[in-house]
Design a protein around this ligand. Structure first.
Ligand SMILES: [Zn+2]
Ligand SMILES: [Zn+2]
Length: 128
């Protein structure tokens, strides 16, 4: 699978039983709906009820960011705005692309109670 951001080959990283497709070049990662559910459990953020993977009611982001293509079906993804964070999502619901730091921004939006968990979880990913 190729990175939708920089076209490097994504590598699969396992962390706390969750596998994510990670880009070692631009530090972004790709999550599908199953992985997202596991991440929510691992980070104890089930209270984040925004259905960022499957909802049809997500706010379209007003942004000039370069469009990205889904690494699964190669179709252009939509930009959605969840809690002020702009994410790229496949229209066919293959998954969501998080640029570097976007997951932690999203998780920490609205409250700051899960910061330590996020850092703990993401630390492994972002370690050089
Ligand atoms: Zn990349
Ligand atoms: Zn797709």
């Amino acid at each position: 699978m190729e990175c939708p951001n920089c076209n490097s080959v994504l590598i699969t990283i396992e962390r706390n039983g969750v596998e994510v497709e990670y880009c070692t070049e631009c530090k972004g990662f790709w999550l599908n709906v199953d992985e997202w559910e596991l991440i929510k459990q691992a980070l104890n953020i089930q209270n984040k009820t925004d259905d960022i993977m499957l909802s049809n009611d997500c706010v379209k982001a007003d942004t000039n960011e370069r469009p990205k293509n889904c690494p699964v079906c190669f179709e252009r993804m939509e930009k959605i705005n969840v809690s002020g964070v702009v994410l790229d999502r496949c229209l066919r619901r293959h998954g969501v692309w998080f640029d570097k730091d976007e997951l932690s921004k999203y998780i920490n939006s609205g409250n700051d109670t899960n910061t330590d968990n996020t850092v703990y979880f993401l630390g492994e990913f972002f370690k050089n």
